[in-house]
Design a protein around this ligand. Sequence first.
Ligand code: LMR
Length: 335
Amino acid sequence: MFKTAVAKAIGVVTILAMFPVVPTYAEPIVITFSHVVAADTPKGRAAEFFKKRAGELTQGKVKVEVYPNSKLYPDREEMSALQLGSVQMLAPSLAKFGPLDINDFEVFDLPFMFNGYEDLHKVTTGPVGRQLLDKLESKGIKGLAYWDNGFKSFSANTPIKTPEDLNGKKMRIQSSKVLEEQMLELKAIPKVTAFSAVYKALQTGVVDGTENPISNFYTQKMYEVQKYLTVTEHGYLGYAVIVNKKFWEGLPADIRTQLETAMQEATDYANKIAKESNDKDLELVKASGKTEVTTLTPEQRAAFKKILAPVHEKMASRIGANTVDAVQKAVGFTK
Ligand code: LMR
């Protein structure tokens, strides 16, 4: 009796060895990609591009569903949704990783750190950028890529030409301590506000002004509720594309490779369209006739840079002195 049972078990094991059970996935595999900005922005368009290429390269085995405009989750909730596996992919602004207790990404918020996109890519496509993404693994998150948006400008209902023009103003910021310190140096009052709530906050006077790349300013219709926009380009706003690590590592290897290719193509696309998209939206803001647009002279810009210089030193211990140092070296930062 015992011998028969053992023989049967051996038989089953032999059959299993001959025909290994390949895990089956419900097809198509769905990747829910949530983000907070409009579809017609650098991030929104790159997400759609990724969706298309992921479908094509996997021959329909993967279906990416993109939810723009905080339709699924606003800022803070989207991070926990990713960790819980309720969504698989996000591309939060680099200013929004502090709540995960990873402060290094706030290095990208340091004012006047990057002198254009080229500088920035020295970090985002190099070893420093990769090391930062690897820090996310301990939080159950895998960092796949950096996507550009652009350089931020200040807006308010009164003209902004000097740092003093922001004294006493309630300024909306993303949830970053570096941005908080930046506003404090300007003697403004920083107010952390979810992106989805910014228009209303500006409209009702909960905040007086904000900072954003022009693509966000235009597509969220902030020009309807801000009389002045000054092209200051005092800081950078871009994204890390992140996935739930368990989900990603559990994908069949061939599918993961195809998705990596789709992500590389989407990254090239995002970084190609970011500047032209912001430039186009600046013209549209001007054409709206609702916001007066000015650009700082080099002297005026230098005055902002000088006032904001202490933010680098004050925030170094929070961000991590090594990270600040590595980024400053990569871009050849000068005070
Ligand atoms: C913001 O909150 O202003 C930005 O992070 C929104 C975005 O994703 O570009």
